[in-house]
Design a protein. Sequence first.
Lengths: 358, 498
Amino acid sequence: MRLIRKNIDTLKGILEKNKRLARLKPLLSAVDEFYFGTDKVTTLPHIVDHMDIKRYMTFVIVGLLPATIASVYFWGLRVLAVIAVSYIFGGLVEAAFAIVRKKEIHEGFLVTGLLFPLTLPPSIPLWVVAVGVMFGTLFGKEAFGGTGRNIFNPAIVGRIFLTIAFPTIMTIVWNEPFHSGLGGFQRYFADALTQATPLALFKAEKVITHYGDLLLGNSMGCIGETFRLGIILGGIFLILAKISNWRLPLSCIVSVIVFASIGNYFAPDKFAPALFQILSGGFLLGAFFMVTDPVTAPFTKAGKWIGGVIFGFLVVLIRGLSGYVEAVMFSILLLNVFAPLIDHLVLDVKYQKNKGIK
Amino acid sequence: MPSVRTFKGGYRFVNFEGQPKDVLEEALIPQRVTIPLRQGFGGEGNCVVSPGEKVCAGQIIGSNDHGVSSPVHATINGVVEEVRRINYFKRDCLMVSIKGDGTSDYQKVQGATPHWEHLEPIELERILYLSGVTALDREGIPTQMRSSVILPEDACAIIVHGVGSEPYNISQNILLQGKNTLRLIEGIRILHKIMPNAKVYLALNSQRKKTLEELLKLSAQYDWLEAYALEPKYPQGYDEMLVPTLLKQKFPYGYSAANIGAVIVNLQAVLQAYEAVVEGKPLIERTIALCGPAFKEPVHIKARIGTALKDLVSLRIKEGMIPRFVLNGILTGPELKDLTLPIDKAYSQIIAIPENHRREFLSFLQFGPQSDSYSHTFLAKFYPTTKKTCETNKHGEERACISCNYCEEVCPVAIIPHLLSKYVQRNIIDETVMNLRIFNCIECGLCSYVCPSKIPLAKHIKDGQERLTIQGCDRNQCILPYFSNLKGIEEYRGAKKL
């Protein structure tokens, strides 16, 4: 601790003397604040909550940990390299903008940097990860003015960009997960196979993968989406910690059940059964960790319910009727687009002019 | 047990360190007091003494029979030293300094008698007015002598509250010790005699089962008196929340409960009304709770009004600590910077918390067994019996709003603080924010408390209100149209300007 303090103080001294390096100050103060917190005191109210954004984002990462650790087990240690690349290159963009804007670095990136690699196929080349995360941070977030002002979830923007720019890399090659012994903890990567994910299998051959395999991760798919039990537990942990709101995940799940059941009843060869829809693809990861991103989701309570219903409807629709199987990410993007409109309408109803006070 | 009443939103502050103990100490009679002529509710009184004059405790030294006000008394026996204007809570106020002779006796209020039942209401009102008790609480107690904005016959409800929803509250055990429970009922009967049209609501803390049961039993004798158990959730003790929870009525935000005919008084005010009428004791003393971790021993203290703050607190602060002193409410109360200023009728808690500039290593990774938070991310939520720390550190840097909605969830008046704050910061000060009911804000400060981005939301909302008012969009346009029979609005405006 003292060593860090000393280093930061030395660096501060250097920055103060050197005019050109002085631009890097936001970076250093971010590191300083990261380690040592703040010395500022309150004005009014005289006391404030101990919670801050750093802790908020740390908790989201803790919620993602079960899925992340499991993904290393399934796909080998290479996953760690993918995550590292995502943090480093996304961090570079973030830092560059902080320096140009002369503003502090927002901790929201800590979550994007982890969430983005979890949505990628295990065999993805590292340079593609770098391109994707830079694009996502740049156009998903910084172009709008940084965390808090962004309309789209940056991780999703990066993912969609990659899907459209590199379709072969993103959709064709999938790996067979390790599922015995120490698995991926002692191997660098899993063998690549040209086989389809459960969703694609259903689309092509109407095969429904075993639900137990889907739940425990013994199926093909993106890095962080297959260990669904861990995702559910992590998501529930966040809800219990009051980090994410329960309304959105619940309404998403309920709406998928309803719409998928309707679809499956009338056109069983196009629409998969409800439970399969919930347990396949990135739906759970999306519902618990991406839709709930408070910045881009509707913020009103009613808006959250409406948003969840729209999301579920879009997922079922895109999965059933379009050529894509990546319905979740498109639906999240569309939901982000609709979020301001939903909020606006909800507020209009809630605060009607003649309704009076309270 | 009656059902517990509460409201939507709010936050319960539990178990902060430095709660005042159930000990009552009597402060010494001070050598010198400084008495502001504007205390509690009402305008400033005209000074009726001059330097060099001999006064005795309980003698009226300031009164104004024309404006809305109540008399102010000398609180010790002695000689008037000087009369001068001082900046007191950001307003200019006339102060009378008295050098005392150390004796503790006082002059009784004229006409006070234990057999008050035989008195006419107007006589009771005169006794209350002359004793100065009528200036207590936010809108005073109405009498024919214009001590509040309404007249006694306009009052349709009296709310006596001892909910104690703040992080630090004056102890009920101290206020109601000994025979004070019976005195409280007696005091309520006196108030009811003055305001016979009013139903009396006794609002009590649902957690204090013993007091609650006792008062429920006592209140059952009177059909106009009813006791209610309220959840001690902040800001339940605010007039704005008591009216909707108890009366099921809208509150004219920005105006007062008196405007809709509700008189709200706290337990100590009722007890002091009893003392004035039965024992003839003028309002020269207050029981004040000294709370907060910066006190060596947080206790209650009974002190004469006008005693300098430093006489009360300076020897009780922990060694080597320079704390921040806050009056009455830790969230919204004014900071007491100048300790030479005196205490007045409105004091009930003095809170001292350490100024904490200390930086904490990796603060966001701490388990926080003593950290209070609205979110469930600290261990403190699992240890409800552990005392929570209370200091002034901000615990984080200010960041952009992430719309986590904590502020909306805790807002007791159902507005959306983060949205209003964004509008105000982007200079959109027009009908939009008025429609979002910016004027409903009661400035309880909870939104600023819970915000993980450390945005001063309550301040932004207040800024927005002020800027709207400058543009000519008054709160009258938002609030008044929804109320048909507000009473005493003109007087209220007059009293505010005083």
